[in-house]
Structure formats: structure tokens, C-alpha cells
Design a protein around this ligand. Structure first.
Ligand code: GAR
Length: 210
């Protein structure tokens, strides 16, 4: 279950990352082009050596490491995430390649106002290696999904999806690259919708005020 999203109180966004940060970069680029009106007040990584750090530095976004391995419990880790997000006056959170499942400790604070991007057409192929799962299942199309986050693994009300073809001779690398192009298009647009207060939930399904 995802709480009814409240309308964001401001346009301050916190981004959570674990890796190279190309989706984080797509948000920064969209803002620089004038396609996204957002203030990125902090980016938080659970991985001290995440490549996303270089993008944060280039754009002058505060970079915070909260390494989950240094906390005694999931609850303590999430309490620190929420404390940092609140310290940076964040209204909306984007999981941009953030590879930790979040529980009620986090969702009580930011449920309904947290987006995730995933490289499959959810609810198909949640979890790790979604592109490999798609190829092994022999599907003819796959894609990516932006959704509001609940306590499941890549579950929660879907905001937007994009489809890519999966040809017979496809590889995980080639499919991942084609899906990534669509991820970088979808995520900034969906974030803009949430910041504009256009995303609401009715019966656990997103109603988009077009
Ligand atoms: C992206 O493909 C994103 O969809 C995926 O991790 C990658 C992060 O790349 N997320 C998940 O699989 C979440 N379950 P990035 O660090 O270059 O943005």
C-alpha cells in the first residue's frame, strides 16, 4: 500500500543512488536544458565509491554517503536517510539506481512522494538483472517503468512506462543500453509531474492529471 501522496510542499528533490548515476545525470541535464523545474538539494549514496559522485560534483549538488553496512539495523539506516533528507528540506525523493529495499521507517516519512525507475515493464521482472530476466524469458518487448515506491521490491503504483523491442539475437548489454535511453527520457518527465502535483492515487492506481 502506498499512502495518498500529499502535494509536495516545495520543489526540493533528494536523489538516492548506489552506482554510476546515469539516471541522476539525466535529471541534472533535464534541469540544465530547462525541461525540469526542480531543486536538487542533496544526493545520497549507500555506496561510498558510486560513480554518481562525479555528476554531483560537476553540478555542485551536496553529496552524502550513508553506508548501510555501518548500521546495526535497516531501521537505523533508514532513520539516517530520513534525517539527511529532512535536513536538506526535501519534499520528493527519487531512487535513481538505489539498490536497497525501503521499509516503513522510510515510507512513513516519504511514502507517496518517492519515485523509482526500473529497467523492465513492471510487474514483470522485478529485482536484480531485469534485462537478463527478460531475455531469458523470451519476451518480444521489454522497457522501463517509473513508479511510486512501496515496501515491496520494485512494486507500487505505476506512473509511466516505455517499451523497447527485444529481437531474437538481443544481448543483455544491447537491451540495457536501449532501455537506458528510455529511462533517461521517462524519469525527468515523471518527476516533473510529481512536483507539479499532477500524480494522485485512486484505489492504488495512479491517476495522472493530464
Ligand atoms: C538503471 O537501469 C535503473 O533502472 C536500475 O539500475 C540502473 C541504475 O543505473 N534500477 C533498478 O534495477 C532498481 N530495481 P544508473 O546508476 O546509471 O542510473
Amino acid at each position: 500500500m502506498v499512502a495518498e501522496p500529499t502535494i509536495p510542499t516545495n520543489r526540493n528533490v533528494g536523489v538516492l543512488v548506489s552506482g554510476r548515476g546515469s539516471n541522476f545525470r539525466s535529471l541534472l541535464d533535464a534541469k540544465a536544458r530547462g525541461d525540469l523545474d526542480a531543486n536538487f538539494t542533496v544526493v545520497i549514496s549507500n555506496n561510498p565509491s558510486a560513480g554518481a559522485k562525479a555528476h554531483a560534483e560537476e553540478f555542485g549538488i551536496p553529496w552524502v554517503v550513508i553506508d548501510h553496512r555501518t548500521f546495526a539495523s535497516r531501521q537505523a539506516f533508514e532513520e539516517e536517510l530520513v534525517a539527511q533528507l529532512r535536513a536538506h528540506d526535501v519534499s520528493v525523493v527519487v531512487l535513481a539506481g538505489f539498490m536497497r529495499v525501503l521499509s516503513s521507517t522510510f515510507l512513513d516519512a516519504y511514502g507517496g512522494l518517492t519515485l523509482n525507475i526500473h529497467p523492465s515493464l513492471l510487474p514483470a521482472f522485478p529485482g536484480l538483472n531485469a534485462q537478463k530476466q527478460a531475455i531469458e524469458a523470451g519476451v518480444r518487448v521489454s522497457g522501463c517503468t517509473v513508479h511510486l515506491v512501496d515496501s515491496g521490491v520494485d512494486t507500487g503504483p505505476i506512473i509511466d512506462q516505455a517499451v523497447v523491442a527485444v529481437p531474437n539475437d538481443d544481448t543483455v548489454e544491447a537491451l540495457s543500453a536501449r532501455i537506458l535511453v528510455q529511462e533517461h527520457r521517462l524519469l525527468p518527465r515523471a518527476l516533473g509531474w510529481v512536483l507539479d502535483g499532477r500524480v494522485t492515487i485512486q484505489d492504488q492506481v495512479v491517476a495522472l492529471d493530464a
